[in-house]
Design a protein around this ligand. Structure first.
Ligand code: IPE
Ligand code: IPE
Ligand code: MG
Length: 248
């Protein structure tokens, strides 16, 4: 089992914890280039950070953690980098799936994934099946994911149901829509974190983050630590969420 750093976790007020945290893991390439390394070295270093943050999420008993691993736009990168990332995903799943399972993690993939290699798709399916009955942290990996793409796919699913006569257009509600999203059954995003100083959403969880609190840091993803993750959670606990209601 993954050990917990009790002192670190004690900083978080359990009553003010977000249910769902989403992370845009950005800055791997810049981390590498300032060190004179290849971008691929940054991605490899980023995987270590991910493992540490997932461990922290498990120990905190966070309900859901969603990480942005590969966007629908990331296919625009040089083929060598795309290929490296695909191999990195495979290696990560192969190496980590049993340990995640032992820690009661329930992995899920958000996005398309059908353009991945058959071998990677098989590994994804095996990992999902292995952990499908786990009751711990819901760990969502957004891979070939775009918020707009997800909304279009969801719309297509609903249009097909309308076409078959199973659903009328008037019956489509926010709830019905959410039930068809890749994140169906999970709480909305409470806290969205982005590393490396970029202040944008880059097509991540457009629907689910409708009322998310945002937390940005200059730290690049390979340098991001459980301590800084806890900083973000503590800061979240101080926010006054209004959801459109009046301030006082
Ligand atoms: C994030 O780091 C990882 C992926 C998008 C796969 P980047 O590769 O975007 O790193 P920077 O932003 O170029 O530094
Ligand atoms: C967003 O980062 C995607 C992931 C972290 C996987 P990018 O680095 O691709 O985003 P932009 O291009 O800077 O907006
Ligand atoms: Mg980037």
């Amino acid at each position: 089992m993954w050990e917990s750093d009790g002192g670190l976790l004690a900083r978080v007020d359990k009553n003010k914890m977000p249910r769902h945290v989403a992370i845009i893991m950005d800055g791997n390439g810049r981390w590498a280039s300032v060190r004179g390394l290849l971008r691929s070295a940054g991605h490899t270093a980023g995987v270590k950070t991910l493992k540490n943050i997932l461990k922290t999420a498990v120990n905190l008993k966070l309900e859901a953690l969603t990480v942005y691993a590969f966007s629908t736009e990331n296919w625009k990168r040089p083929p060598g980098e795309v290929d490296f990332l695909m191999h990195l995903f495979s290696d990560y799943l192969e190496r980590e799936k049993l340990e995640m399972h032992e820690n009661n993690v329930r992995i899920k993939f958000l996005g398309r994934t059908e353009d991945f290699s058959p071998a990677l798709q098989k590994l994804i399916q095996e990992s999902v099946d292995l952990m499908k009955n786990n009751t711990g942290v819901k760990f969502n990996v957004a891979a070939d994911y775009g918020g707009q793409d997800e909304i279009i796919r969801t719309t297509q699913k609903l249009a097909r149901r309308v076409q078959s006569g199973e659903l009328s257009p008037e019956e489509i509600s926010a709830q019905i829509f959410e039930n068809e999203l890749d994140t169906a059954g999970q709480p909305p995003v409470d806290l969205m974190i982005r590393t490396s100083g970029e202040l944008r959403v880059s097509n991540f969880l457009l629907w689910q983050a409708a009322y998310a609190e945002f937390w940005f840091t200059e730290t690049t993803w390979p340098e991001f630590t459980p301590e800084e993750f806890i900083d973000a959670l503590v800061d979240f606990g101080k926010r006054n969420r209004r959801f459109g209601a009046s301030a006082v």
